[in-house]
Design a binder for this molecule. Structure first.
Ligand SMILES: Cc1cc2nc3c(=O)[nH]c(=O)nc-3n(C[C@H](O)[C@H](O)[C@H](O)COP(=O)(O)OP(=O)(O)OC[C@H]3O[C@@H](n4cnc5c(N)ncnc54)[C@H](O)[C@@H]3O)c2cc1C
Length: 415
């Protein structure tokens, strides 16, 4: 039996290790598409600020980790698949046979259709290679424009500020974190960033980038749709991601937003599974299918897909939307169905000046989602309440009056 895992991010690495443990007398091959040993994108912000060296981003830090486990690590990129023959075609002409295949190829950043995004000085912040280029250009006092103010953009934002750059964020939606925060929360984060010296433009679109030369330096001019022009030594594009599924184009593997998988993370082809940012998997809150491009979902997918591949069936309960951000000291959290459900109830309390906000969403007497800003204590309890789908009974009424009492509700119900 040969198990092959394509993609050596968190989903692929956890899957390869799980396969090795669950089915010891087999071949496990892990194919990584980047030059570096398997690493965590989540650690890139720490690399940008010098808190860790490049090796500090590696997922496994012991020399020879994969060899010791008996996992064959192959560096290469898969170009296409012959699912009938159980064969992968790699760039450069090599092939790899498999009996069971896990696709864990992650996602790639989207480049919006804006003129000038191919100019030198414009980078995504997705790979270690991107991070090296950003470090070169994001020196103290440099003018930097960050396109996008979503989850990944806000993570990078903090690192750029720590590097001492003069930062402008341009977001076309009406608020920061439009897919993670409502207007109240998004506006609070915007005011917080502005207080810390970041220039934030929401409801603004970058229309064009042009090269310019000033004081012997090659820089850029960034045009905004209101006519403003921003100087930039560096432009970082963080405008969303798309699952990496191109090499499946002529195969029978069904792809929508990502690779469509069932509750066992199996694709439409019976010996092919998918995990992580490339998989459109079960969603805990809606019972539907979604790509949740976050690391906890990737590792959970990897583990469960591997167990199922190894003939130890586990039904996946679905991933919970779970975004936690620390934006220069302001912690924001969104869990589950934070936008609410039809016929549900909402309780919210905001302290605009104190940068504190809590919004709870109920379906009947069950907490199904929440937003929280400005608190670090007990937010895990909110997640626990959502994931346990606990009926809160009269505590629902108390929380409608004072949402801050969620810890009491949790403790009371645990007795
Ligand atoms: C800067 C940054 C900060 C982040 N911070 C957080 C955070 O705080 N919290 C959080 O939950 N998430 C965070 N994320 C998102 C998180 O990193 C991803 O959700 C996670 O990496 C997904 O894991 P994955 O294994 O599915 O994909 P990836 O980590 O993207 O790994 C996929 C691997 O597959 C390889 N590959 C792709 N195509 C091929 C091919 N054809 N052949 C061979 N190999 C291929 C890729 O090169 C890559 O190595 C962050 C992302 C970035 C960029």
């Amino acid at each position: 039996m040969t198990y092959v895992v394509v993609g050596a991010g968190p989903a692929g690495v956890v899957a390869a290790e799980t396969l090795r443990k669950a089915d010891p007398n087999t071949d496990v091959v892990l194919i990584g598409g980047e030059a570096e040993p398997p690493y965590s994108r989540m650690a890139i912000p720490y690399y940008l600020t010098g808190k860790v060296e490049e090796a500090g981003t590696y997922l496994r830090k012991t020399d020879g980790h994969y060899d010791t486990l008996g996992i064959q690590y192959r560096q290469g990129r898969v170009k296409s698949i012959d699912a009938d023959a159980g064969k992968l075609n790699l760039e450069g002409g090599d092939t790899q046979d498999y009996d069971q295949l896990l696709i864990a190829t992650g996602a790639s950043p989207i480049k919006p259709p804006v003129e000038g995004l191919d100019l030198p000085g414009v980078h995504h912040c997705w790979t270690l290679e991107d991070a090296r280029k950003i470090i070169e250009l994001a020196h103290e006092g440099a003018d930097v424009v960050l396109i996008g103010a979503g989850f990944i953009a806000c993570i990078i934002l903090e690192s750029l500020v720590e590097r001492g750059v003069n930062l402008t964020v341009v977001e076309m939606e009406d608020r920061m974190l439009p897919r993670m925060m409502d207007e109240t929360g998004g506006d609070m984060i915007k005011r917080w960033c502005e207080k810390k010296g970041v220039n934030v433009r929401t409801g603004a679109r970058v229309t064009k980038l042009e090269p310019r030369s000033s004081d012997g330096e090659d820089t850029l001019t960034v045009d905004i749709d209101n006519g403003d022009q921003l100087p930039a030594h560096l432009v970082v594009v963080a405008a969303g991601v798309k699952s990496n599924t191109g090499f499946l184009d002529s195969s029978a593997v069904e792809v929508k937003t990502g690779i469509v998988v069932d509750n066992h993370l199996r694709s439409s082809v019976s010996n092919i599974y998918a995990a992580g940012d490339c998989a459109e998997g079960p969603d805990f809150s809606t019972g539907g299918w979604m790509v949740h491009a976050i690391q906890p979902t990737a590792t959970e997918h990897g583990r469960i897909a591997a167990m199922n591949m190894a003939g130890k069936p586990i039904e996946y309960q679905g991933s919970l939307i779970m975004n936690v951000l620390d934006t220069m000291g302001l912690v924001s959290v969104s869990y589950g169905a934070w936008q609410g459900v039809e016929g549900g109830d909402r309780a919210e309390v905001a302290d605009e000046h104190g940068f504190r906000y809590l919004r709870l969403e109920f379906d009947g007497d069950v907490l199904v989602g929440c937003l929280s800003l400005g608190r670090t204590d007990h937010v895990g309890v909110l997640r626990g309440l959502i994931q346990s789908r606990r009926h809160l009974g009269e505590w629902k009424d108390h929380l409608m009056v004072d949402p801050h009492r969620f810890m009491e509700a949790y403790v009371d119900g645990s007795q």
